[in-house]
Design a protein around this ligand. Structure first.
Ligand SMILES: [Zn+2]
Length: 377
C-alpha cells in the first residue's frame, strides 16, 4: 500500500493532462481500501496486483507524451482564426471526468489562393462545397447572364449586373465582377474580382449572418467592407442593414435605454388642514446624486434640520434663552408656516413639469429581457 501511494504521489501533473492515466491508479487505491489492507502490508491481492503491474508498466510511456505550450501554432494568422471550445464529460460508478478542447480554424487557410499553401483534404472538400453552393445560387439568380457569358455574348442591357460589368471566373462557372480595378496590381484576387451574389438568396443571407457574428456585430459598413473582399452582393449595404435590423445581438448593443415617463408625485397636498402635521411623503422629494455635476438632493433630513448633516448635534441654547412652552408652540407654528409657504412657492412648481423622461412609452412588462445601463460609464 505504501509503495502504491509513493508511486502515485510521484506523478507531478498539476494541470491534469495525465488524469485519464492516474485515475486508474486512484481507482485501484479505492479497491485496496475496500479489502482492508494495512499500510505496511507489502502484498497486494492477486487481481489488484496484476492491475497495478499493468499500470506501473505503462508509466514508462508517460515521458513520451508531449504537449505544446502554445494553444496555436505560431504561423496561424491570429486575425483570421475562429475558436470553439468543445467540452465533453462522462461519469461511471468509479469516477467522473470532463475534458475541454480548444478547436482553432484558420479561415484564411481554407482558401489556398489567399493562404499560399495547398489545402488538406478537408479544406479541398470545403472549397468544392462552397463553389457548388455559389454556382447554385448564381444559376437560380442570374441564369440568362450565365448562358450569355458562357456563350461569349454580352449580357442584356436590362440586367442588374450590367454596371459591374460581369465576367466568368477562371473555372468558367462563376460570375465575378470584371470591374474597373482589374489593372490595379498587388490587390488580392477577391478584391479585384468578387463573386456576384443575389441579396435575397438564402445562402447570401447566411453569408451575411456568418460575417456578422464572426466580426462581433460591428456597424454595417464594416461588415459590408469585409464581405466585399470576396463577394459582391447586389445592394450590399442595404442587405447588411436589413439583416442587422433583425439581429438580436445588434439590437442589444445598439439599442438606447428605455426610460419610463416620470410618474405623478405621491404628495399630500392639503396644506391648510395639515398646519400642525408633518408631511408624510418625505422620500419622494428628490433622488440622490448620480453625478458630481448634480445639485445636492433635497432630503427629509435637510428639510427637518435645515442642513445636510443630521449627525451634528443641535445648537445648544443657554437656559435663560429657552422659550416658554406657549411661546415655543407659537414659534413652531411660525416656522412651519414659513417652511410650507417657501416649499410651496419655490420647490413645488419645479416638480410640476417633468424635467426629463417626457415621452410616453409602453411600460416594461413581466418576462421582458432587460439590460441595465449605468449612466456613469
Ligand atoms: Zn448582429
Amino acid at each position: 500500500m505504501q509503495n502504491v501511494y509513493k508511486v502515485l504521489a510521484s506523478q507531478y501533473d498539476p494541470l491534469g493532462f495525465i488524469l485519464p492515466y492516474t485515475t486508474h491508479a486512484k481507482v485501484l487505491v479505492q479497491c485496496l481500501w475496500d479489502k482492508h489492507r494495512d499500510w505496511d502490508d507489502p502484498l497486494l491481492p492477486q487481481d489488484l496486483l496484476q492491475a497495478w503491474n499493468d499500470w506501473e508498466g505503462a508509466l514508462r510511456v508517460i515521458p513520451s507524451i508531449h504537449l505544446a505550450r502554445c494553444y496555436l501554432p505560431a504561423d496561424v494568422d491570429q486575425s483570421s482564426v475562429t475558436r470553439d471550445v468543445h467540452v465533453f464529460c462522462d461519469v461511471s460508478e468509479r469516477a467522473y471526468g470532463s475534458v475541454a478542447y480548444l478547436r482553432t480554424e484558420d479561415s484564411q487557410a481554407r482558401n489556398p489562393a489567399e493562404a499560399g499553401q495547398g489545402p488538406g483534404p478537408t479544406d479541398s472538400n470545403y472549397q468544392k462545397a462552397e463553389t457548388l453552393i455559389l454556382q447554385r445560387a448564381q444559376e437560380d439568380s442570374f441564369l440568362d447572364e450565365l448562358h450569355l457569358l458562357k456563350a461569349g455574348k454580352p449580357i442584356q442591357s436590362s440586367s442588374y449586373l450590367i454596371t459591374l460589368p460581369p465576367e466568368l471566373d477562371e473555372s468558367g462557372e462563376l460570375i465575378q465582377v470584371g470591374g474597373r480595378l482589374c489593372r490595379v496590381e498587388d490587390l488580392e484576387h477577391g478584391i479585384l474580382h468578387p463573386i456576384v451574389l443575389n441579396p435575397s438568396y438564402l445562402s447570401t443571407k447566411l453569408l451575411i449572418q456568418d460575417y456578422e457574428s464572426r466580426l462581433c456585430h460591428p456597424g454595417p459598413e464594416r461588415v459590408f467592407a469585409e464581405i466585399h473582399r470576396t463577394y459582391w452582393i447586389l445592394q450590399g449595404r442595404e442587405s447588411v442593414r436589413r439583416y442587422q435590423h433583425t439581429c438580436k445581438e445588434c439590437h442589444q448593443w445598439k439599442s438606447r435605454p428605455v426610460v419610463p415617463k416620470m410618474t405623478d408625485l405621491m404628495m399630500h397636498a392639503s396644506t391648510s388642514s395639515s398646519r400642525h402635521s408633518i408631511p408624510q411623503a418625505w422620500t419622494v422629494l428628490d433622488h440622490s446624486r448620480s453625478s458630481i455635476a448634480d445639485l445636492d438632493p433635497v432630503t427629509p433630513n435637510l428639510i427637518l434640520m435645515g442642513r445636510p448633516d443630521g449627525c451634528l448635534p443641535q445648537v445648544m441654547y443657554p437656559e435663560t434663552e429657552l422659550l416658554s412652552r406657549r411661546r415655543l408652540t407659537q414659534h413652531s407654528q411660525i416656522l412651519m408656516d414659513h417652511f410650507w409657504s417657501s416649499f410651496i412657492r419655490h420647490y413645488l412648481p419645479s416638480l410640476q413639469a417633468c424635467q426629463k423622461w417626457h415621452a410616453t412609452r409602453a411600460d416594461l412588462t413581466k418576462d421582458k429581457v432587460v439590460m441595465l445601463v449605468d449612466p456613469l460609464f
